[in-house]
Design a binder for this molecule. Sequence first.
Ligand code: IMP
Length: 188
Amino acid sequence: MASPPPAWNRSPDPFAELISAEAIAARVAELGAQITTDYRPLIAENDVVVIGVLKGSVIFLADLVRHVALPVVIDFIGISSYGDATVSSGVVQITQDLSRPIEGKHIIVVEDIVDTGHTVHYLLENLATRRPASIRLASLLHKPERQEREVKIDYLGFTIPNKFVVGYGLDVSQRYRNLPYIGFVTNA
Ligand code: IMP
């Protein structure tokens, strides 16, 4: 039996728990089962490529694909978003491209969060020009109050309030991606 992750000493870290590690695990398992059902008929004809958006999606992606009982391909794309600030600039740039073409393949883009929607909107438009067979979006989190771009999330983990969140892949100034739960910055 694997031991649980070590307890964080939260006293120097001003994060209040918003979504527990257990709640995340349960929801990710459901999403993986849904993806398995949806893509089982498709994978016989074309590869299914799960594309992680670096770096925020890596923990979600790693857990999600282990609940997908199909031989998917994994790739990553790097996108610049906030830098080290907590405000969206709306300026999006590909900093690291996919390792292979996606023409004719079924694509599942995996994001950590849809906030304003600018990043994923740009990314989905860019990937569509590469002529995949289909594109869907999985996002762990959605902050609808902040959304400025219409984005369809096919596989959504949780809708959250307008708070800056951290953990399970999401960072504050590049730190705390390895926090096993999702917390929000309280400034306490
Ligand atoms: P958007 O372009 O505003 O939708 O934001 C996209 C990216 O900003 C996400 O993929 C995250 O990397 C980052 N981001 C947005 N909101 C948060 C947050 O609350 N915590 C940490 N990162 C965030």
